[in-house]
Design a protein around this ligand. Structure first.
Ligand SMILES: Nc1ncnc2c1ncn2[C@@H]1O[C@H](COP(=O)(O)OP(=O)(O)OP(=O)(O)O)[C@@H](O)[C@H]1O
Ligand SMILES: [Mg+2]
Length: 273
């Protein structure tokens, strides 16, 4: 039994039972030496919601993603995932509870094909029961393998990657690499999806396709999406509500039109007086 299996076993129920909002942060603070990257940040994401997270460079957006996904422990505050306090849980544990993220810089296995990169995002599950069970139940193992391949094919198609599925991930132009990253993030039916600047490097057509994908994921799977994005037009178009971070603090939360007309936001984010 791995450490994560033990962690899951000790948890109150291993199935996602949606006892609360998809994600909720309370009073999160992170300091790096003298720098306060996040200060008392609270936010709640409902199921099926697409939430934008915007703010100037250094506002703390990526740090917030690190706290949510478990890569960084906050100095104070709490992270709840589907009603469960996961503040002290590992990132792998959170992934098993349906949390997925993409990174500001694409993270992929460059030496593997696009298809294998997406497949590998499913492999972490393992067969359940370990090697012995796999050896004893070759038929069910083959079935599972077929189902995985089918799911991967479906997601490659959704993301417009079918034609290049055999190409090495390391050789892809940035637009396609980003789509592959999205495919990796959605292949396992995430419940909460964190996307860090997903349109950076995409052309207009690719960004539009990505926007469609995001809308489909939230609609079909009630997945909650938190989206860091510098393309304000994209955020305004695709988000139900937007959080504005500035110097590690929440400046405001509102619907796109409210945020757009907020004077403090224009001053902090758009650099207007
Ligand atoms: N590992 C680290 N060590 C020290 N300081 C850090 C570290 N990571 C982030 N910071 C600092 O914390 C603050 C928030 O950084 P963060 O990367 O979260 O901002 P961001 O909003 O994602 O910015 P960008 O829009 O440029 O991606 C910045 O002042 C940054 O310099
Ligand atoms: Mg960032």
């Amino acid at each position: 039994m791995t450490a994560v299996d033990r962690e899951l076993k000790g948890a109150p129920g291993v199935t996602m039972d949606d006892r609360g909002p998809a994600l909720s942060l309370t009073d999160v603070t992170v300091r790096f030496g003298g720098i306060t990257a996040l200060q008392g940040v609270s936010l709640t994401l409902e199921w099926g919601e697409v939430r934008g997270l915007i703010g100037p460079n250094g506002a703390g957006k990526t740090t917030l993603f690190d706290v949510i996904s478990g890569l960084r422990m906050p100095d104070t505050g709490q992270v709840m995932l589907a009603g469960e306090n996961v503040t002290r849980r590992s990132s792998i544990y959170r992934a098993r509870r349906g949390l997925r993220r993409t990174f500001q810089r694409v993270q992929a296995f460059g030496w593997l094909s696009v298809e294998d990169n997406v497949l590998s995002a499913l492999e972490w599950r393992g067969g359940g029961g370990g090697l012995a069970a796999d050896l004893l139940s070759l038929r069910s193992r083959r079935r599972r393998e077929r189902e995985r391949r089918e799911r991967v094919a479906e997601v490659l198609e959704l993301c417009g990657l079918t034609a290049i599925r055999g190409e090495l991930a390391g050789s892809l132009p940035i637009g396609l690499a980003r789509m592959m990253e999205l495919a990796r993030a959605i292949v396992d039916h995430p419940r909460v999806l964190l996307l860090d600047e997903p349109t950076s490097g995409l052309d207009e057509t690719e960004a539009a396709r990505l926007g469609e994908r995001i809308q489909a994921i939230r609609r079909d799977e009630s997945c909650a999406v938190l989206l860091v994005e510098h393309d304000v037009g994209f955020v305004m178009k695709h988000c139900d509500r937007i959080v504005v971070l500035d110097l590690g603090q929440v400046l405001t939360v509102g619907e796109p039109h409210e945020v757009q007309s907020n004077a403090a936001v224009r001053a902090a984010y758009l650099g207007e007086d």
